[in-house]
Design a protein around this ligand. Structure first.
Ligand code: CTP
Length: 403
């Protein structure tokens, strides 16, 4: 898997830098090409000579080589890599990466890199817990970078807690798995719906819901990162996604979402419907702003088409269909009922009662329930991680139907 893969290692100034030579050895033994860049502070923890000897390539740390007068091109290095891993990543460099500051060679390479980025933070426990650090980790993850989370244990300060850089062997396995997974959906086209729908009442008012689209965008990103071509039908939300394998179809209403999904589904291998679609829409839309006059006001609503159910009716044996259910009571029974009535292969059940789950949170808690009624109970996790679990479940559905 790693044969010929070009891996760019960025090392910043933390004590955990002493473990990176071991990671370089593992990568080289597996056939990867490795280049190393370090920040000036990192040189205090691990010598460029060690890193250059193990990687078989000169270690870059500055824009100029004063002895030879050669200028090191950050753009070239950024374009060279198939993967960039920054490990250990200090709180300082992480904050700069999150803001786009480019005051050293490593940071300029990071900003020029077009490849996927992984980062392995390492710092003292209070720094790791700090809201600023958490925000920065979130920002990098939302950019699609993969977190190799710090672990708990004894820290260089003598304190014990979360903040230790993951062990080199585990980072090596993570990198190997990343390359294995990167292509597993290649050749597959997957329809994803995300976000809310807005149903106009008059030119200034609408019926909507609290969906931000975060979950659906995370799913689209996870699938594209694993090689799928994604057709993303996106309701009105400020959030978006940029990936060359994701095509976005912006829609506003349930009817527009229905028409767009119906037009796309027949050429897709699967659909994951995570949008929070309005079940009802005003029967008529007033052309002018409705003025108040009576004490009470009622609006006639009519049903919108059930997109998921219609896709379920038209799906072939080869196509896979995953729906969502957001329930406030009798979650499991209702979800199982929806699998049957909508002809789904899998349903992702969210319950609003779970803290940290549902609308607008960066985390979610869900159960995955398959056609046979088997339930996978997942803990509270980031929407990105849940998106990867859903991608795993979809891959499993494709694998099972091959047998
Ligand atoms: N959905 C859809 N079209 C609709 C309504 C919902 O495609 N008009 C999809 C959602 O994207 C989600 C699933 O149906 O994947 C479940 O939506 P939910 O609102 O929880 O359930 P409903 O089927 O609408 O049933 P109810 O509102 O009665 O719970």
């Amino acid at each position: 898997m790693l044969q010929g893969k070009k891996i760019l290692l960025g090392i910043t100034g933390g004590i955990a830098a002493y473990k990176i030579p071991l990671l370089i050895r593992l990568l080289k033994k597996a056939g990867a090409e490795v280049k190393v860049i370090i920040t000036p502070a990192a040189k205090e923890f691990v010598t460029p000579l060690t890193l250059a000897t193990l990687s078989g390539s000169p270690v870059e740390s500055g824009f100029f080589d004063n002895e030879t007068g050669v200028w090191n091109s950050h753009v070239e290095l950024g374009l060279w890599a198939d993967l960039m891993l920054v490990a250990p990543l200090t709180a300082n460099t992480m904050a700069k990466m999150a803001c786009g500051i480019a005051d050293n060679f490593l940071l300029t390479v990071y900003l020029s890199a077009r490849c996927p980025v992984m980062f392995a933070p390492a710092m003292d426990l209070d720094m790791y817990q700090h809201p600023a650090t958490k925000d920065n980790i979130n920002k990098l993850q939302q950019r699609g970078h993969r977190l190799i989370a710090a672990t708990k244990g004894e820290l260089a300060s003598g304190l014990c807690g979360e903040g230790r850089m993951e062990e080199p062997e585990v980072m090596f396995e993570t990198i190997k798995r990343f390359f294995e997974m990167q292509q597993r959906f290649s050749g597959k086209k997957i329809l994803v719906s995300a976000g809310p729908t807005f149903e106009a009442i008059d030119p200034v008012r609408f019926i909507g819901n609290h969906s931000s689209g975060k979950m659906g965008l995370a799913i689209a990103r996870a699938l594209a990162q694993q090689g799928a071509e994604v057709e993303l039908v996106l309701g009105p939300t400020e959030l978006t996604i940029k990936h060359n394998l994701v095509s976005i179809y912006p829609v506003t209403t349930a009817n527009e979402m229905y028409n767009t999904c119906m037009a796309l589904f027949s050429v897709c291998d699967a659909a994951i419907m995570s949008a929070a679609v309005a079940d009802y829409t005003p029967k008529t839309v007033s052309g002018q702003k409705i003025k108040k006059n009576e004490d009470a006001w009622s609006i006639d609503l009519i049903r919108t088409p059930d997109i998921l159910k219609t896709l379920g009716q038209s799906k072939t044996d080869q196509q896979k269909l995953i729906g969502f259910a957001l329930e406030t009571e009798n979650g499991v029974n209702n979800a199982i009922e929806k699998i049957k009535s909508k002809n789904l292969d899998l349903i992702v059940l969210n319950q609003l009662s779970d803290p940290g789950a549902g609308f607008r949170h960066d985390t979610n808690k869900a159960n995955l329930i398959d056609k046979s009624g088997q339930i996978t109970v997942l803990p509270l996790k980031s929407k990105d991680e849940l998106a990867n679990d859903i991608a795993d479940a979809l891959w499993q559905l494709f694998e099972t139907s091959k047998q």
